[in-house]
Design a protein around this ligand. Structure first.
Ligand SMILES: C[S@@+](CC[C@H](N)C(=O)[O-])C[C@H]1O[C@@H](n2cnc3c(N)ncnc32)[C@H](O)[C@@H]1O
Length: 209
């Protein structure tokens, strides 16, 4: 991502979400479920939650779930979906905020970030490192990222970073944490225009010792 990118991130993402009734499928991410269903529910925080597919899944599977995203349109869609699904307010909440400056309250048993990647300015590693300080001892941080450019990513994709598992673990540089998963997982996916592709996800699950 170029440092001189002129587009304010909040404007970019707000315009992106406002451009359609729905940007993502609304479904939970496949790789996310594979990993999180092995963990014991507690208090969870999803960073860059978009329209909230992963947050809803957490709340529906015993977690006390909070999702944060820079787009108020996206978080409102998440809150609407939670209401439509009948999830009680005390189990789920959405916050519209810039993670570059937002500070979590208290501690979490799980912090997740699914595809927290952006073609405009995003201090991704700084955010992950800062929020990792709010993971309780014994708690986990799950980071899932595109390992390569999805074929439908378009003109903005060249600004993206696509970390390998080793690069992700090294960049986070979390001392006193154990990497329980650091691998690439492959999945079938459908693009916005219905096109099919096999995608590689970088999956890193860290546990705070
Ligand atoms: C590729 S989308 C992934 C959305 C969702 N996690 C998912 O898996 O469908 C990246 C998300 O990060 C959000 N985002 C980008 N920069 C952000 C920032 N500085 N603070 C909070 N959210 C941000 C965007 O609004 C967008 O929803």
């Amino acid at each position: 991502m170029p440092k001189d990118d002129p587009t304010p991130p909040a404007d970019f993402w707000e315009e992106r979400y406002a451009s359609a009734d729905r940007i993502w499928s609304g479904n939970v991410n496949h790789t996310f479920v594979q990993v999180v269903e092995q963990l014991t529910p507690g208090r969870a925080l999803d960073l860059g939650c978009g329209e909230g597919g992963d947050v809803l899944w957490l709340a529906q599977h015993g977690w006390d779930a909070t999702g944060v995203d820079i787009s108020a349109t996206a978080t409102q869609r998440g809150a609407d979906a939670a209401k439509a699904a009948g999830i009680p307010d005390e189990r789920i909440r959405f916050v519209a905020a810039d993670l570059g400056t937002w500070t979590p309250d208290g501690t979490y048993d799980l912090v997740t970030a699914s595809f927290l990647q952006s073609p405009v300015h995003l201090p991704r590693v700084d955010i992950l490192r800062r929020v990792s300080e709010h993971v309780a001892p014994g708690g986990h941080m799950l980071v899932v990222a595109h390992a390569a450019m999805p074929p439908w990513a378009g003109n903005h994709a060249h600004h993206h970073e696509f970390p390998t598992p080793a690069e992700e673990v090294e960049a986070l540089g979390l001392e006193g944490w154990v990497a329980e998963i650091a691998e690439v997982r492959t999945r079938e996916a459908t693009g916005p225009d219905g096109e099919q592709a096999t995608l590689d996800d970088t999956v890193v699950l860290l546990r705070r010792a």
